[in-house]
Structure formats: structure tokens, C-alpha cells
Design a protein around this ligand. Sequence first.
Ligand code: G6P
Length: 750
Amino acid sequence: MSLRSIKSSRSLRLTLRFVIPLIVVMTLLAYLLVPLVDKMTLKWSVRDLDARSRLITSAFQEPLGELLLQGNKTKINNWFARVIQDERLYALGYCDGTGRLLYHTASFPAALGCSLPGTSSYDSPALLQLPRGLVHVAVNPVSVDGVSRGSLMLVHDMSYAQRRSEDTRKYIVVFFIVLCLIVSFITVLIAHLSWRGWIAGVRMFLRGDEINRSFPESSHSELQPLVGDLKALLRAVDAEKRLDDDMTFTWDAAALRTLLHKQLMGDQIIVVSNREPYIHVKTAEGIKVNRPASGLVTAVEPVMRACSGTWIAHGSGTADYDVVDKKDHVRVPPDHPEYTLRRIWLSKEEESGYYYGFANEGIWPLCHIAHVRPVFRTSDWLQYMAINKRFAAAVISEAQRDDPVILVQDYHFALLPDMIRRAMPRATVITFWHIPWPNPESFGICPWREELLKGMLGSTILGFHTPFHCTNFLETVDRYLEARVNYASSTIARHGSMTLVEAYPISIQFPPAGHARLPAIAQCRDYVRKEMNIEKTCLIGLGVDRLDYTKGIIERLRALECMLENHPDMVGRFCFIQIAAPSRSEIEDYQAFDARVRALAAQINLKYSAPGYLPVHLKVEHHEPEEVNLYYRAADVCMVTSLHDGMNLVAKEYVAARDDEQGVLVLSRFTGAAHELYEALIVNPYHIEQTADALYQALTMPVFEQQARMCSMRSMVSNFNIYRWAARMLLDAARVRQREKLADRIGVQL
Ligand code: G6P
């Protein structure tokens, strides 16, 4: 249906809604008024005829007296006949004092005689229904020279009164029709104007401040309180609902599925990320499936398993191509498929420009404060644009309807949201930025800063881990783009579309997948000790990271070296296992970092090792999540010392793995996780002595304190798990979709 026809049918509905009740009321009024008016008209006519009868009688007293004295019947009757030529006087009669009708006109009703119908006297007038119609009968006394001489009976025709009454009735009906039309017109006009005003108000509300430019406040000032109240009310309801939801509901896979079906009517979910959740690799034993070391994948994969749908990602494994169908689809997880993975192929050159170059040498160091300089090359930028386009085309080809929910993941796809929005304006694009967002000055050094921001503003919802990153983003847009940034509602309006910028701290599945099958803590310890050749008496410290300069691995090793220096009793009683997944190893900064970590580990080992004792065990290799869990369960302390990290899920994984409620977490204050896991030992990794002290405190912490801290952190991670993270975004998306539908219905372009 076109907008025009929607509008005209709406005004028709509006008109009918006002006019029909009005017509009903008016008809009812007319129905009640007409008999009343009839009655009054009759009363007036009777009073009129009474007076007339008295006037005629008094005018005829003299001539009639003379004629009566003469007693000439013919003369009297002729005189009577002349008198009734008056159009209203219908008949005339004369009764003597004894009540005999002596003279009368031919028209005098025979049935009347000298008495009035329904009365015994002659003094009051009466109405009489004759076959010819209603007549008025008046009996007036006649006196001659002061002597009473009978009475004159005057019969007036009442048909004129009936005609008058009919005319009045007609006038009343016409009057009511005209009144009805005028009132209808005025009502519809007022309704139309207030509808337009309301629409303008709603539009102003829906669009945020942007509307204020096109509708200056002064001209719509009467709507301001209404809009303000409406906004405040909706925000309060929203906040209340969120709080309720946060406090009372336990989110799990089933609840998330229900939410998807109820709130989003089972709408299609498409996830887009660079890293794929399952990597097929060729090995000597055949094709093997690896799961990557990626916080993003750890978090999003359980959501996808709960929601089904399609996950679009770069097919980076050596055997990836061998297992897909002709649409480049493969069902995953491989052992019990629950959703579809669509793989996108990149050439070496494309991967080098888009992934290694622009994403990981440009945006990654740009967004992390780790003192590694970003590198921006035009050739990388061109590849980045081209690959974003390719993924956008894949999203469009995978979409089964024009309004899917698309979850765009991370800094590899800053341009994708706008590309999708242009192709599918009705899609709900939720972009989640898994890494920190810098302040406007830092971000400003990117030569394509405006393009990146514009691309991201194609999102319906833009999520960061912390409110601090949201504020940084709002300020960055405010600084570099022509857009309406509303800090109070955390929204950005630009070119008629709106983006909600919100903090959604990411999390993990709780309890972790396959948790029930994990060996007991003691067994895990035995396994790890055996594996690493560690003495039973030795306390175990653990670090699990990608080999990335943002993770603070150097600072961590320095801190443990410092701790051994400060507490020589720990030498031989404590060793540290660093699991480091090789990462982005084509990039020079990463190669250099790898070399520095290895050198420092070797240096510490050289200093403190003894026969059968190695303080640092550096394992630079890929580990599957199940194996990492064995290490978590075996470790007395886990060190997360990132220099800057959006969230850091290793911290949460360690907590989730410790169902014995023991073990201590040392956590960098520069991670998003530090805003949630308050019971960890929070450190500044740049402060080596402080971190060393925290490590020592962890190793010597009494069990009851470990339990108290761990118990509280576990309750946090279990409550604020990955399903809640996804649910909060999807609920917000559902709200935005409802608002868009409302805007659609009232013909407002957001
Ligand atoms: C970070 C990023 C993810 C990325 C992961 C692993 O967590 O936010 O997007 O997948 O690192 O990095 P990689 O380059 O191996 O995918």
C-alpha cells in the first residue's frame, strides 16, 4: 500500500471515528426535540385562537345583539355565513341561555351542539378531532345592553397550525443537519491538526534532536513537554524492564531461543566475523577441526548454537574449501550441527591488505593503548573496503527476508553496517566492537576516520564492552562528523537514521560447554604436572593469551621475576606456565614480540632454574579449549595482565573453570573484566613491583579467602553470562524494531 493511500485511509478512518458518533447524537437530539416543538406550536396556536375568538366575539357583540333582537333567522344565518369567510374561522353557532343551538352556519359540526367536548361548561376552549381535521372550539358569552344573551360558538380550523408545526419540524431537521455538518467539519479539522502535531511530536521524539533543526523549537513549543514526558516515561520503563530482567531472570540457551522467537518473531540471525568458529586443517592423519584462540569466537559461538542461523566468516583453514558445499556452506559444530557456516575466500594479497594490514596494523594498535604505532597504507585501505563489500554481498545473498537481524563483529568490518543498511534498509544491524575505542585525539590520526565512523553509523545498535568506550565513541563522532550526538540517550542521529550506542559487557557460556565431563581438580593438577614435568610441591601460575603485544606478557614475566627476586623462598616452589597461541605472525611487530617473550622467558629460566625445576614454561602453540580448561583447573593463580583489553575472557574462563571455588585471579585494571570481577587482585601491569606483590599475595592467600573471592566472581559470571549479553542486545534490537514499525505505520522516516 502506498504512503498516500495509507494516509487517505487513515484520514477516512479518522473522519468516520469523529463524525458517526456526532450524527448519532444529533439524530437523537432531533428525535427528542421534534415532539416538544410540536407540542409548543400547538399550545401557541391554541392561545392565539383563544385570543382571536375573544376578539371576534367582542367585535360582533353589537351587530349580533341587534340581529338577535330582530330575531330574523335567515338574516342571522347569512351574516354568520359572511363572517366565516375568514380563512381560519370554519364555523359559527349561537346558543341561547338554555343551551339550544338557534343559529349556525352550515359547516357547524352537528355532533358539537352547545356543549364542549370533554367539558360541561362553555368557558374553556377545546380541541376537537373532526373527519376534516382538528378544530378549535371557543364558546364566548354574548350580552346585549348589559344583559346576557347566550353564547357564540366559534370553530376555528386548526390545519394551519398543523402546517406550521410541519414547517417547524422541517426547519429543525435542516437546522440539525447544518449544525451537524459544521460541527463535523470543525471536529475533523481540529483532529487533523492535532494528529499532525502529534505526528510531528512523535517524529521529533523518534528522530531525537535532529528534528529540532527542521522544526525550530519555538514553533512546536507546545509539544515539548509532551515529548519530554514521553521520552522520560519510555526511558524509565526501559530502565525498569532492564533492571527487572537483570535481577530476576536467569539467561540460558533455551531462554535466548524463546526470546528470539517471541520478541523477534523468529527473525533470521546472521553473524559476520572475520575469524571463523571452526577451522578445517589438513594433517598427516586427515582433516582435523581446530577452534581458534579468539575471545570473539568463544563468546559468539554459544549464542549461534542457541539461535541457529548463518555465520559468515573468512575460510582460513587449509582444508576449509574441501568440506563446503557449492554455496560455500558447512554445517557446524561438525559432530552435532546446529547452524550454518558460510565461508568467504580471500586471496593472499587480499588477506594481507585487509586483515594483516588495515585491521591489524592499523585499527588494532589505533584502538589499544599499548604504545605500538598504527600503520596506515592506502593499498590496505582499498583492500579493506573491497573485502567489506564482499562480506556485504554475502550477507545480502544469505538473507532470506528483507529484515534480518545481523550481528556484525569487530573492527574488521567498520564499513559493513552502512553497506548493509543501504542494501537492506529494514535490516536490524547490531555491531559489536570487541576491542576498546580510543579517545577522539588518538582516533583522529586515522586518515580514513570519517569513512570508518560513517560506516559504523549504519548500525541500529553499536555495542562496546564499557560505558567508557561508548563515551569515547560519542565524542569521536561529535568531533569528526556532522551528526546529532545525544549523550543523554546515547544515540547518534545522522541522515535520518539513528544508532543507539550502548555498553554490553561480553561474557562466556556458564557453566562452560563439556564442563560435566572435565576431570576433577586433583586429576587436572596431576595431568599438568606430568605434562610439564613439575614437582608436586610446586605452586602453579598460569597465563593464557594469544601472543599479542597488548596482553602484557612481558610485564607479567618481569613481575614474576621480580617476585622470585623479592621472595627467594618461592624459587623452586613456584613455576609459571604461559600458553601463548601464535597470532598474526606475518606482522613484524608480532614477530618482534614473539622473540622478546621467548628471550625474557629464557633469561628468567637461566637465572632461576635448577635441576628438575624450570620457573617459566612457555608453550607457544595452539591449544584446544578442553585442554586449556585442564590448565585452568590446575592453576593456583591465573595472571591476566593486559596493557589494554576490551574485556578479556580468559579472566572469566578461569573463574568459570573453578567449580572448587579455589584459585586466585590477578587482573589488570586496564581490562573490561576488571569492571566486573572486583574480587580479583587488581593490578597495574606497568607497575612491576605492584604486580609482583599481587602474585605473591595470590600464592600465599588462605583457602577461605580464595573461596570467598572465587565464589563471588563465579556468581557474577554465572549471572552475567553470554546469553544475557546476547539477550540484552536482542531485546534492545526488538525495541528498536518495534519503534521502526511504529514509525512506518505513522508514516515517519526515522
Ligand atoms: C581479538 C579480536 C577478535 C579476534 C581475536 C583473535 O579478540 O577482538 O576479533 O578474532 O582477537 O585474533 P585473530 O586475528 O586471530 O582473529
